[in-house]
Design a protein around this ligand. Structure first.
Ligand SMILES: [Zn+2]
Ligand SMILES: [Zn+2]
Length: 374
């Protein structure tokens, strides 16, 4: 509520808009009424009164009654909507006008008038003063029993109750599940989720979407940069979606062997620059560290550090967890732990038995590669 007159209100608006060149605030004001969220507050006879505010674009779309949803959800819609109208409107006449609009919309959406009237009655019978108080919802510690909804699912509720004695008979289970589990439904895959994909279609790559040499005087990584935009292994491809260089940090990268050894694929992640990381790999090769897969392959017979080829697969991954997830996804995509130099799956290794170790025999890599285990 502004009590200092229109002129000073406009002055305030001007002042706050001078605060920062890119922040623009708009102002809606009126001496009679103002809308906030779904409430319209007006001054009537010196008092504030509230009513439901609907945006001009609101066409009262609601879940259709023939929709594949549990009965209680469809019953809750007229009730919940009526409750909202009842709570917001301070004037009864105004409330009834909004309820009539709501009823018309519900009828158009397939709801029966008897159901609507019953739920409206339930809602309006509530004491409005109570509704305006902050609601504290009852919580339950009953264990949920979650199933995908299907028309016969309601029968499960009865089944859960009637079989509770089996749990009660067991001393341990009776402690863990003292009351019948709460039947909860989750939505099955509907038509929309089946046919609509919210992912944007892949755009045509620009020629610059590659890893490029930095041309630094002392940079040793420039010589081993692999400038492919599309990286392909068997039927799997990966598009590089940005421009990277030896200076790119927080990336997932791919090492391959210049000699074309099919098994020599290594995917790694780093917060360092690609150059720093490659210097690290190069050091393991020089030291012939056979405990590390990259060191082992590139110091094996006929190989040297100059056989390294590297490209960035994905970048902009500042968050270490996101980076590791991206790395694991790419390892799984290109199967570089089954047929490649990735020896462990990092934090995923706890979930995989037996833990993958080193290079596998070709029989473990059907069709992909033929090589002799080292
Ligand atoms: Zn470079
Ligand atoms: Zn090789």
């Amino acid at each position: 509520m502004w009590t200092h007159g229109e002129e000073s209100l406009k002055r305030l608006h001007d002042d706050i808009n001078k605060f920062h060149p890119t922040i623009r605030l708009t102002m809606d004001y009126s001496p009679k009424s103002v809308a906030f969220l779904d409430t319209l507050v007006s001054i009537k006879d010196g008092h504030l009164s509230t009513s439901l505010y609907r945006k001009p674009t609101d066409n009262l779309m609601m879940l259709h009654f023939s929709s594949f949803h549990p009965k209680h959800i469809k019953e809750a819609i007229p009730y919940g909507q009526a409750l909202r109208v009842h709570r917001i409107c301070s004037d009864e006449e105004e409330r009834n006008r909004h309820l009539q609009t709501l009823k018309d919309a519900l009828v158009r959406t397939g709801y029966g008038t008897r159901l609507i009237d019953r739920q409206f009655q339930r809602a309006t019978a509530k004491n409005r003063t109570d509704l305006l108080r902050r609601q504290i919802w009852d919580t339950t510690d009953r264990i949920p029993f979650v199933v995908q909804y299907f028309p016969g699912a309601e029968k499960l509720r009865h089944l859960l109750h009637s079989l509770q004695h089996v749990i009660d008979d067991d001393e341990h289970l009776a402690k863990v599940i003292p009351t019948p589990p709460l039947l909860a439904f989750k939505q099955p895959r509907n038509l929309k989720r089946t046919i609509v994909c919210s992912k944007l279609p892949s755009l045509q790559n620009s020629d610059h979407d590659t890893t490029q040499p930095c041309h630094g005087n002392l940079c040793k990584t420039c010589q081993i940069i692999d400038m492919d935009t599309t990286i392909t292994r068997e039927n799997t491809t990966h598009q590089v979606r940005d421009t990277y260089s030896c200076d790119s940090a927080n990336v997932v990268y791919l090492i391959r062997c210049r000699k074309g050894c099919p098994e020599a694929w290594y995917i790694g992640e780093t917060m360092q620059t690609l150059r720093q990381r490659m210097n690290g790999h190069r050091a393991t090769i020089t030291r012939q560290e056979c405990s590390l897969p990259v060191g082992e392959h590139f110091s094996s017979q006929g190989h040297s550090a100059s056989d390294l080829r590297v490209s960035v697969l994905q970048g902009g991954l500042q968050d270490p967890r996101q980076r590791r997830i991206a790395e694991q996804k790419l390892i799984a995509k290109f199967r570089t732990h089954e047929c490649g130099l990735n020896r462990d799956l990092g934090f995923m290794s706890h979930y995989i038995h037996p833990p993958p170790s080193g290079l596998r025999t070709p029989t473990n890599c059907p069709g992909l590669i033929q090589f002799t285990p080292l």
